[in-house]
Design a protein around this ligand. Structure first.
Ligand SMILES: NC(=O)c1ccc[n+]([C@@H]2O[C@H](COP(=O)([O-])OP(=O)(O)OC[C@H]3O[C@@H](n4cnc5c(N)ncnc54)[C@H](OP(=O)(O)O)[C@@H]3O)[C@@H](O)[C@H]2O)c1
Length: 332
C-alpha cells in the first residue's frame, strides 16, 4: 500500500511509520521537520498542515491508499477540514486519530462507540469550547476534527479513539515518570486500590490497528478486566530491577492531601468512567494488546537507549515532589 502519515516522526506517528515500513508499505511522512528527524526509508515531505499551499504541494506526491492523521492533537477542526479537503482527491481512505475525550461522558461514564460525542462544528476554530477549559475544550476540538474528516471522507473514514497510550517513545511522561520513580526505590506512594483495573494501551498495538482497521469508529484501550494498578507498578519495579516497596494510599487519603489526579501520580484518577472503555468492537476487528509488562519493560529499555527520550514540556506536568510524597507516606 501507499500510505501518507500526517506527522510520522513522533510517538504514535513514528510507531505507525515503523510498522508500515516493516510490512513493506511505501510510506510518505508530512511534518514541519522540527520535532524529530525523518525515519530512514520514508519519503519525507516537509510543510505545515495549517498552510494550504503546503497541503496542495503535498497532494502532488499522491495518490495514496490511506492517509493517517496523527498530528492533530492541537489542530482546530477547520485545519483538519482544509487538510482533508486538499487530500481527498488523491487519497482513498482517511484514518483520523481522535481520543476518548471526544465523548461527552468521559471520564465519568462507561463508554461504547454508541456513546454520545461532543457537538462541534467541523469548521470551528481553536477557540471553540475554550471557555470550558482543559479536557472539555480538547474533547470538543477533537469531536469537531472527527466531523471535519467525516465531511470530506464519509464512508471512507476510520476514527480511532484511544485512551491512554504508553510505550517506547512516550513524550507525555506518564510511564517514564513511574519507571524513574520505581528505579529510585524506597517507599513508593502507590495510588488508590491495588486491584483497581486500568486500561492503558501500547503504542505499537494502536499502530498495528491503525494500519488494518476497517471504516467506522473504534475505541482503543487495553482489554477490560485484565490489568490492575498493582500489576502495572509491579512491572515497573521488575523492569527497573528496583527493590522499592509499594505503599498504597486510598483514594480518600490522596484526595484529602489534594494530590492532583492524572498528573501528580500519573494514571490515578477517581472518576468512575476513566477505565471503563469498551473495546469489543476493535477486538472483533483485529485489535490485539500485548501484555502490559512488555510495554513497561520495552519503555525502560528505550529510556536507556541512544534513541533516548526527548524531554517534552509535558514531562514536567507529571510526578509528585519527593518531599511531598514523603509527608503523605508518613501520615498513612
Ligand atoms: N498520547 C496519548 O496518550 C493519546 C491518547 C489519545 C489520543 N492521542 C492522540 O494521538 C495523536 C498523537 O500522535 P503523535 O504522538 O504521533 O503526535 P502529535 O504529538 O499529535 O504530533 C506530532 C507530529 O505531528 C507533526 N506536526 C505537528 N504540528 C504540525 C504541523 N503544523 N504541520 C505538520 N506537521 C505537524 C510533528 O512534526 P513537526 O513538529 O516536525 O512538524 C510530529 O511528527 C494525537 O492526535 C493525540 O490527540 C494521544
Amino acid at each position: 500500500m501507499r500510505i501518507l502519515l500526517i506527522g510520522g516522526t513522533w510517538f504514535l506517528g513514528k510507531a505507525i511509520a515503523r510498522t508500515a515500513l516493516s510490512a513493506g508499505h511505501h510510506v510518505t511522512t508530512f511534518n514541519r521537520g522540527r520535532s524529530a528527524p525523518d525515519l530512514a526509508g520514508v519519503t519525507a515531505v516537509h510543510g505545515d498542515r495549517t498552510d494550504i499551499d503546503d497541503l496542495n504541494r503535498l497532494a502532488l506526491h499522491g495518490p495514496w491508499d490511506m492517509a493517517i492523521d496523527t498530528s492533530a492533537s492541537e489542530m482546530a477542526p477547520r485545519q483538519v477540514l482544509s487538510g482533508a479537503r486538499a487530500l481527498e482527491p488523491v487519497t482513498d481512505r482517511y484514518v483520523y486519530v481522535s481520543t476518548v475525550n471526544a465523548y461527552r461522558g468521559w471520564p465519568n461514564e462507561p463508554l461504547t462507540e454508541a456513546s454520545p460525542v461532543y457537538d462541534a462544528p467541523p469548521d470551528a476554530d481553536r477557540d471553540y469550547g475554550a471557555d470550558e477549559g482543559g479536557p472539555a475544550h480538547y474533547g470538543k476540538q477533537k469531536a469537531g476534527c472527527e466531523g471535519a474528516a467525516s465531511a470530506e471522507f464519509g464512508e471512507r473514514l476510520t476514527i480511532l479513539r484511544p485512551g491512554v497510550i504508553l510505550g517506547p517513545g512516550e513524550y507525555v511522561g506518564r510511564l517514564p515518570w513511574w519507571l524513574n520513580r520505581c528505579a529510585r526505590g524506597g517507599s513508593i506512594l502507590a495510588p488508590g486500590a491495588p486491584d483497581k483495573l486500568i486500561q492503558p494501551i501500547d503504542v505499537r498495538d494502536v499502530a498495528a490497528f491503525a494500519l488494518a482497521a476497517p471504516a467506522g469508529a473504534f475505541n482503543l484501550a487495553g482489554p477490560r478486566g485484565r490489568d490492575r494498578m498493582v500489576d502495572f507498578l509491579t512491572a515497573c519495579l521488575s523492569a527497573t530491577g528496583s527493590s522499592g516497596r509499594l505503599v498504597f494510599a486510598s483514594d480518600a487519603a490522596l484526595v484529602a492531601h489534594r494530590v492532583k489526579q492524572w498528573t501528580e501520580l500519573p494514571l490515578w484518577r477517581t472518576n468512575p468512567g476513566t477505565w471503563a472503555v469498551d473495546t469489543a468492537k476493535a477486538q472483533a476487528s483485529g485489535l490485539t494488546c500485548r501484555p502490559l509488562a512488555d510495554t513497561v519493560a520495552d519503555t525502560w529499555t528505550w529510556m536507556q537507549s541512544d534513541d533516548a527520550p526527548v524531554k517534552h514540556p509535558r514531562w514536567e506536568e507529571h510526578g509528585i515532589d519527593p518531599a511531598r510524597e514523603g509527608q503523605i507516606l508518613a501520615g498513612l
